[in-house]
Design a binder for this molecule. Structure first.
Ligand code: PAF
Length: 283
């Protein structure tokens, strides 16, 4: 079946009310388009668990801290619609800017200390923009379950907290990162890499794996675990951060005492890549 492309909130609500009246569980995958296999894994999971699957496609200006990143963000609605059709999506919600933000957004979601570290530290206002648009989308779609990629670990932790703090009746599911054969996490931004940059990009994941190995082999001091790994990285690419953080607060830990997330951001040319791995120290 060809998915219906809906562009207005009123039409979306009408269509989803009909699905709800048939007692179909509503699964939601929010995206900014340029769909790749990472998105496909979220959609497949939603398709397997829900009676009606909604994918939103909206490049949210509120979450871009650099105008060039927003301008260069890939847009491919026709291709995305074909991907959604292949994956059995029921509804595509693709609002224009004025539908999403009919008036300037005066009230926004302050995510507090959750944005103090990792990407939040280097991308001022980014998570405020993410949390605000996600809360708006939840109000518009009213999903039973919403699916987010583990790749954006800080985003996922923030969405979970927004849902909890604002009592939003939705279950949040995190889906495992999809990787290329050499370990590079799939991202819409990978398309911007030149062949030389593409060759450097998998270093981020290798670095994270190295830190994970250290922690899993018993290194408890976070600085020890990351410092030695960073020292071993050859020059190409600029590491923006590499931190060992608590999975819920997203604050760095000095000593690894339980499950942690090791997260990093690597600049390769003018492209910024992020990735993370979870790990647990030996008992
Ligand atoms: O992860 C993304 O693609 C975006 O941050 C999201 C969740 C769709 C909000 O714009």
């Amino acid at each position: 079946v060809t998915p219906e492309i809906v562009t207005s909130v009123a039409d979306l609500r009408e269509r989803l009310d009909a699905a709800r009246s048939e007692s179909r569980r509503l699964g939601f995958v929010p995206t900014m388009g340029a769909l790749h296999e990472g998105h496909a894994s979220l959609i497949r999971r939603a398709r397997g668990e829900c009676g009606h699957v909604v994918v939103s496609i909206f490049v949210n200006p509120l979450q871009f801290d650099r105008p060039d990143d927003l301008a260069r963000y890939p847009r491919s609605l026709e291709r995305d619609a074909a991907v959604c059709e292949r994956l059995g999506v029921d509804t595509i919600f693709a609002p224009v800017l004025e539908e999403m933000y009919p008036r300037p957004q005066v009230c926004t979601v302050d995510v507090g200390p959750l944005a103090d570290h990792l990407c939040g530290r280097f991308r001022p206002g980014h998570f405020r923009g993410v949390a605000t648009v996600v809360l708006k989308l939840f109000q518009m779609v009213g999903p039973d379950i919403a699916y987010f990629g583990d790749k954006d670990a800080q985003q996922l932790a923030i969405v979970r907290r927004v849902v909890s703090d604002f009592s939003v009746p939705v279950v949040i599911v995190g889906v495992a990162t999809v990787r290329e054969a050499d370990g590079l996490a799939l991202s819409s931004r990978n398309a911007r890499l030149s062949p030389e940059e593409r060759a450097v990009a998998p270093r981020l994941y290798r670095l994270l794996q190295e830190v994970r190995r250290r922690i899993e082999s018993g290194v408890r001091d976070a600085a020890d675990a990351t410092g030695q790994a960073v020292a071993a990285v050859p020059g190409a690419g600029r590491l923006e951060y590499l931190d060992v953080v608590d999975p819920e607060t997203m604050h760095p830990v000095a000593t690894v005492a339980g499950p942690v997330i090791v997260a990093g951001a690597l600049w390769v040319g003018s492209t910024r890549l992020i990735d993370n791995v979870r790990c647990t120290p030996p008992a």
